[in-house]
Design a protein around this ligand. Structure first.
Ligand SMILES: Cc1ncc(COP(=O)(O)O)c(C=O)c1O
Length: 312
């Protein structure tokens, strides 16, 4: 028997369960100001209403739960991953409650707000080349995991099926139920691709007629934190390109215009990637006579003041 396995008693299992209750079940918000005609409705799930403040709480919690309950993450090991920020913050929030030490590789040009939050939550940060983005952070994390396997449990969110499964079992059912089964289109951008892959797969199981549309920035340098430009980046192992009925490109300038519009008409300051998802939903709306379109708003603008002061 492996006595190093993290046991519920060591972990304060009650806290673990309590955090679980704060994951998912986010409110859905309608954006009538973006609808081109009465038969077309656009909804966004407000994903910052959960522990850690972003959509990534879902995947981070599911990956940590799997690592602990299967005995893969053992006592004394550090959780290790690469992140552009939000998964890191979600891991850090959960790990600090559970007393699990965390090491994160993230690009050195991550915003100072993100770095401050992560350091405040007690995370060890390995800053990687800005030129290589999250691909470089992934390479460094994989090297550290293979060099010191006893020290680290490498969660590897880009290749970990528990990432997309969090959305398959959680997000897709929430979206379906919150629209009373009326959803016709699901739209989402691609980072690790967990959100798009898991939610689309889940929705197509619930109703194969639901169309799922993936979004991409229209250029490699895009400023949409959390998104990858897949043509020029390393494609995550969990990505399934067959799930997309269509792929749309969005322009960062138009995303920034939409942030201003939403602030003025809907009372929300969105993050760039949340606004990019809404822009994608708006493009789909303009092509349909009747539709119920849903997207996810990964986080709000709280962590993006460096970018938002230039936009708003
Ligand atoms: C702000 C933001 N938006 C979108 C995404 C993309 O989500 P996913 O990794 O599930 O593709 C992320 C991922 O980290 C993110 O941080």
């Amino acid at each position: 028997m492996n006595t190093n396995i993290l046991r519920p008693s060591t972990l304060n299992y009650q806290r673990f369960k309590t955090i679980g209750n704060t994951i998912g079940h986010t409110p859905i918000h309608e954006f009538p100001s973006l609808s081109p005609r009465p038969g077309v409705r656009i909804f966004g799930k407000l994903e910052w209403y959960q522990f850690g403040g972003s959509v990534k709480a879902r995947a981070a919690y599911n990956m940590i739960r799997y690592a602990i309950t299967t005995g893969r993450l053992i006592s004394g090991q550090r959780l290790l991953d690469a992140s552009s920020g939000n998964t890191g913050i979600a891991y850090a929030s959960i790990c600090s409650v559970l007393g699990i030490p965390l090491t994160l590789c993230l690009p050195e040009n991550a915003s100072s707000q993100r770095i401050q939050i992560l350091q405040g939550l007690g995370t060890e940060l390995i800053l990687t080349s800005r030129l290589e983005g999250t691909d470089g952070a992934q390479r460094v994390a994989a090297d550290m995991a293979s060099t010191s396997p006893g020290t680290y449990y490498y969660a590897d969110q880009y290749n970990n099926s528990r990432n997309w499964k969090a959305h398959f079992y959680g997000t897709s059912r929430e979206v379906y139920n919150q629209t009373g089964g009326q959803i016709t289109h699901f739209v989402a951008g691609l980072g690790t691709t967990g959100t798009f892959t898991g939610t689309s797969r889940g929705l197509k199981c619930l109703n194969p007629k639901i169309e799922t549309i993936s979004l991409q920035p229209d250029a490699p340098m895009h400023g949409l934190e959390g998104w990858k430009h897949l043509e020029t980046a390393r494609v995550p192992g969990i990505y399934d390109s067959n799930l997309a009925d269509d792929t749309l490109q969005v322009n960062s300038g138009e995303v920034f215009d939409l942030i201003r519009f939403i602030a003025k008409h809907e009372g929300l300051i969105l993050s760039p990637s949340a606004a990019a998802n809404l822009l994608g939903a708006h493009i789909i709306a303009s092509k349909n006579r009747r539709a119920t379109i849903v997207t996810l708003l990964a986080d709000n603008g709280d962590k993006y003041s460096e970018i938002l002061t230039q936009i708003i």
